[in-house]
Design a protein around this ligand. Structure first.
Ligand code: GSH
Length: 220
């Protein structure tokens, strides 16, 4: 990496999307500057670097912004392609499959999980069932592999693992056990947590739970 490169991550601490980028940077060993964005009082810098959605994370590489976490993961893998691990395989079919599952998780899981902690009564049950349906499908895709990416973390691992920090919140609000329902996926999550890149990037589950309780009081 050239010394004059500037890499900035604009994020909010609880964001599972931003957490993906942190893990990716740690896995590749790329130093970066971290800027915490106040999502309750957004900066003009955020509007400038993500004018369409005004959301985090945004990676700013040599003054050029890149938005959307999955897009950022692919960018990081391409720009620092000489650094292992590669998040995407070289085989086109494997790449296509990884993108399919990363997109599936991205589109479905966060929204379904919100029904558990924002919804009431029947909606909470619907959310819990949706989350379990998604997690079981994903667990089936993992099969006997240590990681979705094979021996190393890949696109799908990095997309999914930040949600592990939220399992406690989902289970507490939804009154269910992911360990009981998806033991294979829990074993995978614990395997991921043995990696320093993951352990140091994921927020504390209790801090997330308390934050969501506060949000529920004031916003939802
Ligand atoms: N699809 C986006 C990605 O993958 O980067 C989702 C980003 C996202 O929803 N970020 C949230 C945000 O910035 C934080 S967790 N919310 C601010 C807002 O919605 O105004």
């Amino acid at each position: 990496m050239m010394n004059d490169e500037e890499v900035i991550l604009v994020n909010f601490w609880s964001s599972p999307f931003g957490c993906r980028v942190k893990i990716a940077m740690e896995e590749k060993g790329i130093p970066y500057k971290y800027i915490e964005e106040d999502l309750f009082n957004k900066s003009s810098f955020l509007s400038a670097i993500n004018p369409v959605h005004k959301k985090v994370p945004v990676l700013v590489h040599n003054h050029k912004p890149i938005c959307e976490s999955l897009n950022i993961l692919e960018y990081v893998d391409e720009i620092w392609s000489d650094r292992s691990p590669r998040f995407l395989a070289s085989d086109p079919h494997q790449r296509a499959q990884a993108r399919f599952w990363a997109n599936f998780i991205d589109r479905e899981l966060y929204e379904a999980s919100q029904k558990i902690y924002i919804g009431k009564g029947e909606e909470q049950v619907v959310g819990k069932n949706e989350v379990l349906r998604i997690l079981k499908l994903v667990e089936g895709e993992l099969g006997d592999k240590p990681f979705f990416g094979g021996d190393n973390l890949g696109l799908v691992d990095i997309t999914l693992v930040p949600f592990y920090s939220r399992f406690y919140t989902w289970e507490t609000f939804g009154k269910f056990s992911i360990e009981e329902e998806c033991p294979g996926l829990m074993a995978w999550a614990k395997r991921c947590m043995q990696k320093e890149s993951v352990a140091k990037s994921l927020p504390d589950p209790l801090k997330i739970y308390n934050f969501i309780l506060e949000l529920n009081k004031y916003y939802y």
